[in-house]
Structures are given as structure tokens and as C-alpha cells.
Design a protein around this ligand. Sequence first.
Ligand code: AMP
Length: 395
Amino acid sequence: MKTIFDINFKDKKAIIRVDFNVPLDENFKVTDATRVEAAKPTIDKILSDGGSVILMSHLGRPKGVQEEFSLKHIVNKVAEVLNIPIKFASDCIGDVAQNAASNLKSGEVLLLENLRFHPEEEAGDVDFAKQLSQLGDIYVNDAFGTAHRAHASTTIIAKFFPQNKCFGALLAKEIESLNKVLQNSQKPVTAVLGGSKVSSKITVIENILDKVDHMIIGGGMTFTFVKALGGKIGNSISEDDKQDLALEILRLAKEKNVQIHIPIDVVAANAFANDAQTQIVDVNHIPDGWQGLDAGPKSLENFKKVILKSKTILWNGPLGVFEMKNFANGTIQLGNFIAEATENGAFSLVGGGDSVAAVKQFGFEDKMSYVSTGGGAMLEMLEGKTLPGIAAILS
Ligand code: AMP
């Protein structure tokens, strides 16, 4: 795996695909610069070698050129984070971009306008990719969040750099961390899969059954399993057409010697609302009119035992409706258990949109071994797929 650390960038122009798809407020101020900060190590390394940097990214989902999605809004924030002045090109291809790129000197940074102002970006257009490629000497992909897309700047462009392409520090760390879980993992390996639906996680579950010793299934998915096993789930969410699949997963798990842990009790509510009445009930006996919205105390006790004896832990998806304070306990406790296991030497990887949001919200970010930055990309890797953006660098 070739990374920026294998290349000396002296007097070279690196064209880097970053993920600067940051949130902006109504005054177009950046409200969370995490993604810019995440790209800093790669940019710093190239500049300290004596190279120059051309940054390209998308922002939002513009339909053609739309001022509100212009990357000019983030120039000041990027300059602040990198602690260096930033040049800006008002188009990512054409004369504007070419002139700006050819005038770039060692130690300088140029940010290109939103790639998605051109529909050719998402279409993976070869000619558009070629025009981007002509701006730099070396192509670096450091955008994990879009590595599962075969877009011009994430994948197609790589073919114009047969020798001069590599992974940035962030993307390399993402791949390394996932490999630590999926390939070179220390046993016992435990996956915690929560969230709302079996249907959105099914391919992940099937793929990782071959790689884990324990699987904790929580969140809304619980009830499809419980119902399939003949339990009474009241008004809890369930996907009735996925019951056979749930039973098949349990059968496969047995065959592969994977221990599945499902909540045995839940916090049930008489409405999907934070101020609903609640009671702790057995997961198989949820009264009509009540729905399970969080894992109960006995379940958490079981999960704790499993987590604390694990050496590798993967966490994707919350254990309950953590957005509501009264149903956040299971997710917070789970975070505590994983933090404790990590402190005792386990490797923990958290990923997938909602679990990352939960980890940030409850302050667990620094207590996990690695928090992935790419929701969809991580899920696809867990599903066993080869991501086009990664394959393009490896080929
Ligand atoms: P996902 O995007 O599939 O990871 O699902 C995340 C969502 O699942 C979060 O918004 C949670 O509120 C929701 N969720 C977790 N547990 C439950 C539950 N028991 N009932 C309904 N929704 C849930």
C-alpha cells in the first residue's frame, strides 16, 4: 500500500482529493472543521517535503453552479486550520484552474472550486478527470467518505498517474484500522450492530459472521429477531418480511460458531417520545401499545461481560433511540464498556454515521482506538466490497 510517507514531494505538485464537505451555517461559516483538520497531516507532510498542494473536494449536492455550495466559503477556515494562506481557483478545471496550478510555488496551497459544479464529476467522466489530472504531478486520495464512489476525482483520475499515486495519511489509517478488525484481528472479536433496520445491515452481518466470535445485535433490529423467534414485541419496530432472514442469520451464526447476543430486556415506552411513560420489560413480552426504545439493565450487564473480554471491537449503530435523552442510556453504557475495554488494551473501531454522532455527542471520541470518518464507505468495506477509490490506487 503506497502512502504519502513513501514519496518525497520536493518540487512536486500534489493534487489531493480531500473530503471538505463540511457543514455551513446560514452565514456560510463552517460549523465543524473536523474534516479539514483530518486532512492536515497529509498536507503538512507534503509542504514540509518542499512540495505544493492542490486541494479538490465536493461540498453538498449542488445542481450545477450554485453560489451557496461554493468552496470559497471555507477558504478562511482552511487557512486557519493549516495556518498558511490559501489560494482559491473559482473553477476546478479550465484556464482559471490551470493558471492557478502552474503559478503555484513550493510551500503553497491552492483550493479548487466545488468539483460537483460539473456533473462530469459524479458521472466519472474520463475527460474531466484528465483535465483535473493535468493540474498536478502526483495524485493523492485522502477522502475516505467518497472512496466508495467511482467519481472522476476519487477513482477515474488515478489512471492518469500510473506510477505517481498514493493514499493520504487519513485514508491509509482508515484502511489500516478496518483491516485490524477484518483481517489481522486479535481474538475474541466482537461486533456490535445497532441502528434501526435489519435490511440496511444485512450484508454487513452476513460478511462479518466469518470474522467475529461474538455479535451483539441491538437497537431497532432486535425486534425482527425477537418476533421471528416467537416473542411478543408490542408496537416495537420490526420488518416482518425479514423474519426468515433473521432466522437464517441465527442458523448461520450457530454453524460458524459465532455467539449472538440479543437484548433480553428493554426500556419500553407507550409512545415514540422522550416524555412517554416507560417500563423495563422482558424483550419477549412487550405489552400491546408499548415499544422497545432502548436496551434494558440485564441486557447491558450481558453486553458488558462480552465487551470486556473482547480484544477487538467493532461498533456500528446505536443500541437505542439515543437522540432522546430517556432512551440514550444503552448507547452511553455501551460506549463506557468499549472505552474500558480499550483502556485495557483492546482495539476498538467505531463507524457508521449514527454511532459516530453518538460517540461525539457523549464524549467518547478520544476513548476509542479509531473513529471512522466515512459512514457509507465503511459500511461497504464491512460488507466485503472493494471500494473503487481504494482499488484505483492499488491497481
Ligand atoms: P441506522 O441509521 O440504521 O444505524 O439507525 C440509527 C437510528 O436507529 C437512530 O436514529 C436510532 O434512533 C434508531 N433506533 C435505535 N434503536 C431503536 C429502536 N429500538 N426503535 C426505533 N429506532 C431505533
